[in-house]
Ligand binder design. Structure first.
Ligand SMILES: Nc1nc2c(ncn2[C@@H]2O[C@H](COP(=O)(O)OP(=O)(O)OP(=O)(O)O)[C@@H](O)[C@H]2O)c(=O)[nH]1
Ligand SMILES: [Mg+2]
Length: 698
């Protein structure tokens, strides 16, 4: 591999909806640049980006993969990403490591869910976006309409840098070497190439008044070289989104795309630099990276893969300094250094060893167990607290309870699931039933979910793929089931009870007597214990024993055995015996008095209520709101996201929407999306309580 400098590097993540042709396009680019000797095909499982057995059997990309090519003295790092909606979290993972996003759109299907989400994510993170309209072969008639649609949805700033010739066997350049001879080849499908060029130049000139004046006064044609700086400004500000046309099948537009990547897309020094910060919490201050080869080493890990053979491989973007074999690096605030023994460029499944890496490059480090997504590697303790703010990933909305098929595999399963979560931060492991910390925090004992490991992710497919991987790669088998909903119980009235625990068996006995009052607390308040004992009727050392007994009783409510919450318990009075009073006697008395009081305090079952935001096309709004009402949910409002998309805000009991991922897919043909977050607990309607009581008795 040739040596290169930072200015020659381009880092490009390829995003877009499944089937857009991202992996095929990468294959065509690699082949054209002679980085591979044979052009593989996704449908035959021979393309280089989809190299895992799982990807080859699914015929879809399932995780980010890293490829690179050298073309015209440039080194281009390409990151392929999955386009399946369930795997969008994985598609977002490489964004911190790149300057540019190539957003691929299938000309036959037009703008799809992931096209939208990827465009928004890329711009929110300040990435330069280049759009490729792929599958142009066979879809000629649809192209002008699609370009209009792109401009309507993503802004008039989306301008073609080439146009397909009417024959569809080539593309006509509109910017870099636009000529009058080729001018009319794109007509009547599109404008002439020169008209398209003028539009582009006008947009670029808006970034540079002096150049604009020169252009207007002298009527001079400006060369792409003269326009380079304002073009880069327009790209990084998002004022210009170049559009090009390709066919990964017939290789049309592949040369042109390579040229656009090398001549228009920014090198690492020209893009919006990532905002590193030093320190945490209130002490956090922004710091700028220098991107100098001679500076301290600073690298950020944005992807980690764990393979039974290769071990842990971290893919990182080098921001500063030169990384070399043999060098010792620190990871975050770790005191112990790690030695760089294996430094690689990844080419699909191939690890190609390199002796060094320069700033701006994407490289991999293998066999370092401490590597995690977000880790920062550096060679001086000055940078111990440097890090990049975390990329926000979609919240997990779907969970499966997992149990080992074989007894005794619990430990192995936990280990493998943890590996999967390290690789894919959009997965989540929880021992609560849903909504990770939001519900997890309120779990007091958790009778219904105790011991249940729940794997959470974006949808059924996301989790199915993870479980399949655990089986294929790590040879663990799991049973999966719908996770239990974390029901709770509480009381609705004030009650008082007195209980005497007395036991005389042979020698010394047990004696403890308590009187308590219980009262409902506001929702979410948890548990309070107050002692109002006067005159030492319950001696100080036994008061905490009473509290312990009450807490034990609260683990299993009396309606259906769910943990209890939102209750204040006041210890009012009691009796003790100078010989027979012991801690255990007061624990028992507390427990029984509490149970007797709950009996008289009209106990009820509480259920978790979630807030949901459902984003759908306007034609589905009626179906969705009707369905939500039928599921005991409440529509709180709707708002228009753009001309076609509506966001419906909803509150619903978790129990009736815990299969919503599958439900929404079937109601909208896969077009809808939703997010879900825990809101609060509410009293479960009586008929549902009755059913829960029957269910728990069975
Ligand atoms: N006719 C035609 N077929 C294409 C083109 N690009 C890709 N395909 C085919 O479309 C199918 C999907 O292509 P992929 O490259 O796997 O699409 P992807 O965007 O990587 O899809 P995911 O990995 O699921 O996100 C494959 O069968 C390709 O052979 C194209 O330009 N023209
Ligand atoms: Mg793919």
């Amino acid at each position: 591999m040739a040596e290169f400098i930072t200015e020659q590097i381009r880092n490009i993540a390829v995003l877009g909806h499944s089937g857009a042709g991202k992996s095929s396009l990468i294959e065509a680019l690699l082949y054209r640049a002679k980085a591979i000797t044979q052009k593989g095909r996704v449908d035959r499982g021979t393309n280089h980006a989809d190299f895992t057995a799982q990807e080859q059997s699914h015929h879809h990309s399932l995780e980010p993969s890293f490829l690179n090519l050298d073309f015209n003295q440039h080194h281009i790092n390409l990151i392929d990403t999955p386009g399946l909606p369930d795997l969008f979290g994985r598609a977002l993972q490489p964004l911190p490591g790149v300057e540019s996003v190539l957003l691929v759109i299938n000309a036959a299907s037009g703008i799809e869910t992931i096209t939208h989400r990827a465009f928004e994510a890329a711009r929110t993170q300040g990435k330069v976006v280049l759009i490729a309209i792929n599958h142009i072969d066979g879809n000629q008639g649809k192209l002008p309409e699609l370009l209009d649609d792109i401009q309507t949805k993503f802004g008039a700033r989306c301008l073609p840098v080439n146009l397909p010739a009417v024959s569809l066997d080539e593309v006509v350049d509109c910017y870099l070497h636009c000529s009058s001879e080729a001018d009319s080849q794109s007509e009547p499908l599109f404008h002439s190439a020169i008209t398209a060029r003028d539009e582009l130049v006008d947009t670029v000139l808006e970034e540079d008044e002096a150049l604009m004046e020169l252009y207007l006064e002298q009527g001079e044609q400006l060369s792409p070289e003269q326009l380079h700086e304002p073009l880069e400004v327009a790209l990084r500000m998002g004022h210009l989104v170049p559009v090009c046309f390709t066919s990964a099948e017939s290789d049309v537009g592949i040369d042109a795309l390579l040229e656009v990547m090398t001549k228009l897309l920014p090198n690492p020094l020209e893009a919006n630099p990532p905002q590193f910060v030093n320190g945490f919490g209130d002490a956090m201050v922004p710091v700028d990276v220098t991107q100098k080869a001679s500076d301290h080493v600073l690298a950020h890990v944005f992807s980690v893969s764990i393979d039974p053979f290769f071990g842990r491989t971290g893919v990182m973007r080098l921001y500063q300094g030169t990384m070399t074999i043999g060098m010792k690096l620190f990871i975050g605030e770790g005191r112990k250094s790690v030695k760089v023994t294996h430094l690689f460029k990844l080419q699909g499944d191939k690890h190609v060893g390199v002796p060094r890496a320069v700033p701006g490059d994407i490289i991999a480090l293998a066999k370092v167990d401490e590597l995690e997504v977000g880790a920062v590697l550096h060679d001086s303790h000055d940078e111990d607290k440097f890090h990049l703010p975390e990329v926000s990933l979609p919240q997990p909305i779907f969970g499966l309870a997992v149990t080992p098929k074989r007894r005794g595999d619990e430990h192995k399963i936990a280990e493998v699931l943890n590996k999967l979560v390290v690789e894919d931060p959009s997965l989540n492991l929880s021992s609560s039933s849903f909504g990770n910390s939001s519900l997890g925090n309120s779990s007091l004992g958790n009778r219904d979910t105790l011991g249940q490991t729940v794997l959470q992710g974006q949808g059924e497919l996301h989790l199915q793929i993870a479980i399949e991987k655990a089986h294929d790669l790590f040879h663990v088998d799991m049973d999966t089931d719908k996770p239990a909903v974390a029901y709770r119980e509480t009381i609705t009235e004030v009650a008082q009870a007195r209980y005497r625990h007395k036991k005389q068996s042979g020698g010394s006995g047990q004696f403890g007597e308590v009187e308590i009052r219980i009262e409902p607390l506001p929702r979410g308040a948890g548990f309070e214990f107050i002692s109002k004992v006067v005159g030492g009727s319950v001696p100080g050392q036994y008061i905490s024993a009473v509290e312990k007994g009450v807490k034990e009783a609260m683990l299993h409510g009396q309606v259906a055995g769910f943990p209890m919450q939102d209750i204040r318990v006041s210890l009012l009075d009691g009796k003790h015996h100078s010989v027979d009073s012991k801690e255990v006697a007061f624990v028992m008395a507390g427990k029984k008095a509490f149970a007797d009081a709950v009996d008289q305090a009209a106990p009820v079952i509480l259920e978790p209520i979630v807030e949901m935001k459902i984003c759908i096309s306007s034609e589905h709004v009626g179906d969705i709101t009707g369905d939500i009402s039928a599921r005991r949910g409440m529509v709180c409002g709707t708002s228009a996201m753009d001309e076609q998309k509506i966001e419906v805000s909803v509150e619903a009991p978790l129990a009736s929407v815990d299969d919503y991922s599958t439900r929404l897919k079937s109601m909208t043909g896969g077009d809808g999306q939703f997010s879900m977050a825990f809101s609060h607990y509410d009293v479960t309607p009586e008929h549902v309580q009755r059913q829960l009581v029957i269910d728990t008795r069975e």
